[in-house]
Ligand binder design. Sequence first.
Ligand code: PHE
Length: 382
Amino acid sequence: MKRVFLMLLVVSLIISGVTSVYGAETIKVGLITPLTGPIATFGQSVEKGVRMAVDEINAKGGVLGMKIELFVEDNQAKAEESANIARKFIEQNKVVAILGPVISSNTLAAAPIAQQSKVPLLSPTATNPRVTQVGNYIFRACFVDDFQGTVMARFARTGLGKRLNTAAILYEKTSDYSIGLAKYFKETFISLGGKIVAEESFSSGDQDFSAQLTKIKGKNPDVLYVPSYYDTAGLIIKQARELGINVPILGGDGFDSPQLAELAGKENLKNCYFSGHFFAGSKSPEVRTFVANYKKRYNAVPDMLAALGYDAVYMLADAIKRAGKVDRDAIRDALANTKNLKLVTGTITLDENRNPKKSAVIVGFDSNGNQVYKTTVNPPKK
Ligand code: PHE
């Protein structure tokens, strides 16, 4: 009788992901992130933020008296790889929750696996609206692209000194993120009385944008919106300037990489702006402490992805604490009830669709290609 009970206990502990092979109780969490491939700085930054938060929490005794045990896998920014890693984390590593993936298309590939297995998945960074629509086990720590696209359309119409009346859009037709942002920018720009004079697209991996940019130049737009990641956005900005397109070029959070300036050329970032999640130079006490500790640890200034990775860990830890046990369903319920959680990138209260409402910052560049703060845009009340 006693043996049966003990066996049941062991089995249930293994299922819930509490034990490690060494017998010590840990909270197993898996991070899916692109450490190599075209957008590797995104994944590396998220990993840095996540590791820093995990180490801080563990140094203070962990959560519910248990240490967080972190598994990290490189998805190379590939959708299929993201799904495979999610499966591995769930079946082999027995994680209680998944952090990541980082970009929206990858998250859309991994989320259905987590949902089917009823494992909470929290993406620090995936902004496409469809991500959390996959199901009630899927969460994010960032704002959503309908907000982000709207913010930049409004900025184009009213934020740059004079009203810009005509816009061109150049987006990546193989990216859920890019397709979404192009759509939201377009809708808002038109609703504010502007006109879209050109809509061009490209496929992932493209490097030569001269055909699209030549067409765009022929339409003489007041502003160009490029909702893509730094690897392509950097080349597009460079090629646009070389073609004599000198109007403002706007983008989304995908511009946030130290490599943008290298690819675009610092001088070409003049008159470029993007929307994002956090500004490292902000005076808020949360940001200052985070930036100082990050500099101490990594000898670098954290970007938005590092900040969101860091926040996602604290969001998960907060949920586990409130759940009171290391149980996937209990953690899901607690995550869904995240309220007034003050973090580095803002205060998080999740709505009924598991999305937070957070402010966006608009960032520009100085002549050395360094980011400069332009303004903060708060989300609509309703
Ligand atoms: N929002 C992007 C996506 O969903 C990922 C990203 C977040 C990129 C933050 C840069 C900064 O694909």
